[in-house]
Write a protein that binds this ligand. Sequence first.
Ligand SMILES: N[C@@H](CCC(=O)N[C@@H](CS)C(=O)NCC(=O)O)C(=O)O
Length: 201
Amino acid sequence: MKLYYSKGACSLAVRIIINELNIPCEYEAVNLKTKITETGADFLTINPKGSVPTLLLDDKQVLTENGVIQQYLADHYAGEKLLPLVPNMRRYRVLEWLNFVTTELHKGCSPLFNPEIPQEIKDKIFIPNLKRKFDFVENNLKDNTFLLGQEFCLADGYLFVILNWLPSFKIDISVWPRMSIYFAALKNRESIHKSLQQEGL
Ligand SMILES: N[C@@H](CCC(=O)N[C@@H](CS)C(=O)NCC(=O)O)C(=O)O
């Protein structure tokens, strides 16, 4: 199995799950601007969407889309703690959060990475919109250690990656006290600490 990734990008969420589950995996970095991988391969021939994470399976199939790759890994590598089996209702709660992190938080951050969008528009529109979504996360954390109570799930690793981007947008996480504690605790979690080290972060 090989994960195509880019340092610090959303593919880090998949690496975290690979480390949670102790799955043997190779890694190949992708330059997202040139679409050339570290071995000189044309990444668009591997994933025509040009995005990471991209997972090359042992049978040579290519699997894309972060949330789907994470479900595949949990389902195939005894990850029921991270994603309970059908028909456990908690499975759908995990997927509910995973979808929120992907579509609302991750994609809410995308315009902030775009140098073509003036900072004024980011400050006026995109950042307040994103902040409202973090208010929702903050309220949900209440007495919870993780998004869904006291057990780490798929969506926690992904949310960590998004929170790790906040300093580059000059968004100060300390305005959300519970989310600050949550982020600091996740940073010390073995799978996350290892993943950050592996990517030189
Ligand atoms: N729909 C994809 C989007 C992934 C995505 O946005 N990846 C970013 C890195 S965080 C990327 O590869 N951007 C470069 C590009 O799309 O050209 C998924 O959920 O996996």
